[in-house]
Design a protein around this ligand. Structure first.
Ligand SMILES: Nc1ncnc2c1ncn2[C@@H]1O[C@H](COP(=O)(O)OP(=O)(O)O)[C@@H](O)[C@H]1O
Ligand SMILES: [Mg+2]
Length: 234
């Protein structure tokens, strides 16, 4: 392969953010999306999927262990994103984990991996959002098994060749350096900040991409997330 072949970019559709990423996320890579509750992770995920479907002809799969489809239809519908229509037209699969969720009964990762694989094949998905990896950890009492399963999950996601967002919870913005395993296995990491008076976004890591590490102002609007590159959020 020619070493100067540029990395193909996958536009997120988030106004302002693609300018900070040389056009978008690196194609086929896994990017961790981290932030506390309400920071905009789920919205970011669906904006990325919505843009893929309507602007790039790239179907998507959304994997969740916690969200209900009916809530998502309603909440994301507020931004004008017709998830139910995309699902009917086989452009989107909303995959709720089929696995019973009980403490001390770790998820059957094999079953989950099978389901993801099937969904990706079914719609020929190019984009995946896994929301969230934090929920995956809930039933585990043993960190070693959890790590092993997250590694297996990431390795399969990589093999699928889709551009993938893994959302992960962060208790609050002061703990941004407390990275979990998902950030190590991801080839990129984006942090969302939220406080009483501002929202911000920070590109912490993005392999093969020239980017800054500033916190840029982000807003949530009636059309979803909007980033203002260069504008300090505070
Ligand atoms: N139309 C809107 N305008 C401004 N902010 C909104 C709008 N709709 C939702 N929000 C904000 O978006 C947040 C939801 O973010 P979400 O993507 O669910 O975050 P996370 O997945 O990180 O918990 C809400 O808590 C609310 O503050
Ligand atoms: Mg969420």
């Amino acid at each position: 392969m020619n070493i100067s072949t540029p990395i193909e970019r996958v536009p997120t559709g988030i106004h302002g953010l693609d300018d900070l990423l040389e056009g978008g996320l690196p194609n086929g890579r896994i990017v961790a999306l981290t932030g506390s509750a309400g920071s905009g992770k789920t919205t970011f995920g669906f904006q990325f999927l919505q843009h893929g479907i309507v602007a790039c002809d790239e179907p998507g799969v959304y994997v969740t262990l916690e969200e209900e489809a009916s809530d998502l239809y309603m909440d994301m519908g507020r931004y004008g994103w017709e998830l139910d229509k995309h699902v009917r037209e086989q452009k989107l699969v909303l995959l709720k984990s089929p696995i019973p969720f009980e403490v001390d009964m770790p998820l059957s990762v094999d079953a989950l991996l099978d389901e993801i694989h099937r969904a990706v094949t079914e719609v020929n998905a190019k984009r995946i959002v896994f929301d969230s990896v934090a929920a995956l950890g809930l039933p585990y009492t043993d960190m070693v098994s959890l790590r092993r399963d997250v590694l297996r999950l990431c390795s399969m996601l990589r093999e699928l060749g889709c551009t993938t967002l893994l959302t992960t919870e962060m208790p609050d913005s002061e703990h941004v350096t407390r990275f979990g395993i998902e950030q190590f296995v991801a080839q990129g990491a984006i942090l969302l900040h939220v406080a009483q008076t501002y929202r911000g976004i920070e590109i912490r890591k993005m392999r093969g991409t020239k980017h800054d590490t500033n916190v840029h102002r982000m807003r949530i609007t009636d059309r979803g997330l909007v980033v203002s590159p260069g504008e300090h959020p505070f």
